[in-house]
Design a protein around this ligand. Structure first.
Ligand code: M6R
Length: 364
């Protein structure tokens, strides 16, 4: 039930601190400060390559995970949309882990890709939210998200729980491959366990986001920019806005702006910039200045330090807690979800049941 919430989507956005904590609990051995994955009967340290396949929001979770697998475990990662992967004759080498990410566990293209990989002899792992789903049943390694039933068509809490599982899996793989020592593992555990409180702190800015949604609602087009592991969040923000507000939106890697999309910039196109403090902050800010120099209207989402440095002259700013870069993609999911939600409310669209969309895409 929706309880006191106006929509399921809003309720599910607010459940994130709790369900992410629940999910992390089943992947972290708290007393020992270590990763703890479900028992499996094959040797993860033998994995030489990871192939990630998914659709929509689950695909964006996979994009974030690629950064983590590469940075932590130094394992090469391929990622593809299921609808592309299954028809392109992919090269699958021995010792590969095929990783499927799906809230429903029933998405037709993802399921077909899973069966293809299984037949090709890959080890099949799935990150799914429905433990009784087809994908859960057919996998060698089941990695459940504990988000609980997700009713809103726009995926929210499933996404942040997928990220929590994927971060744990990447760290676990790194440990197994001897790429991460005990101290580094402790640090990762510590940062992951900070996520629920940081998600709560992000939710505290709901009213600020509601108050500025009318600035974005009249736009015909909106751009989202992010870098590194926050680039997929730009794509996710654009997808959320498209789905529920019907505003055309695109996400770009910040550094790609000057290779074309900057031609679109004028005062009618709000540019949402995701820029947490961290090693990539300065780079993103310089891309933001390029937008501003062309009359672009910027909504900057950053922490206090970031806003103090670059917040001046923006159309609006959204403050986030200062967090470790590892958990920034989870925390920055909240403002992009809430922004899409409040813009949709301003526009009066059907948030939980947007036109033309179904919760689970079981046709090709
Ligand atoms: O159930 P799945 O995670 O496999 O679904 C994949 C996509 O259909 C899904 O994420 C879709 O993009 C959502 N409506 C996004 O909000």
């Amino acid at each position: 039930e929706k309880g006191n919430y106006r929509h399921y989507m809003l309720k599910e956005i607010y459940e994130q601190p709790t369900v992410v904590a629940q999910t992390l609990q089943s992947y972290i051995h708290q007393a020992e400060n270590r990763m703890a994955l479900p028992q499996i009967d094959f040797d993860l340290s033998a994995i030489r390559r990871v192939t990630i396949v998914a659709c929509g929001t689950s695909y964006y979770a996979g994009m974030v995970a690629k950064y983590w697998f590469e940075a932590f475990a130094r394992v090469p990662v391929d990622i593809d949309f299921a609808s592309e992967f299954r028809y392109r004759d992919p090269v699958l080498e021995e010792g590969g882990l095929a990783l499927f990410i799906s809230q429903s566990g029933e998405t037709a293209d993802t399921l077909a890709a899973l069966r293809y990989c299984k037949a090709a002899g890959q080890t099949v792992a799935v990150v799914v939210n429905v433990p009784t789903s087809s994908m859960a049943r057919e996998a060698d390694l089941l990695l459940p998200t504990h988000a609980g039933p997700e009713i809103g068509v726009a995926s929210t809490k499933a996404f942040t729980c997928q990220l929590a599982v994927l971060a744990a899996l990447a760290a676990h793989l790194a440990v197994k491959k001897g790429r991460m020592d005990r101290n580094e593992e402790h640090e990762v555990v510590r940062h992951l366990l900070e996520a629920p409180a940081a998600l709560n702190a992000a939710l505290d800015h709901d009213d600020d986001i509601a108050a500025m949604a009318h600035l974005v609602a009249p736009a015909r087009d909106v751009l989202y920019l992010g870098r590194g592991p926050d680039f997929p969040l730009a794509l996710e923000g654009a997808l959320k806005l498209k789905e529920i507000s019907y505003i055309h939106a695109e996400g770009y890697a910040s550094g790609e702006m000057k290779h074309g999309p900057i031609a679109l910039i004028d005062e009618a196109v709000p540019v949402i910039v995701l820029a947490p403090s961290g090693p990539l902050f300065e780079k993103t800010v310089s891309n933001m200045q390029e937008v501003r120099a062309r009359g672009g209207k910027i909504v900057l989402i950053s922490d206090e330090e970031g806003l103090a440095e670059a917040g001046e002259g923006c159309l609006a700013t959204i403050a986030m807690p200062r967090v470790h870069p590892l958990i920034a993609p989870l925390v920055y999911a909240v403002p992009v979800q809430l922004l899409a939600y409040h813009v949709a409310c301003v526009k009066g669209t059907d948030v939980d049941q947007p036109r033309n969309l179904a919760k689970s895409v079981t046709v090709e």
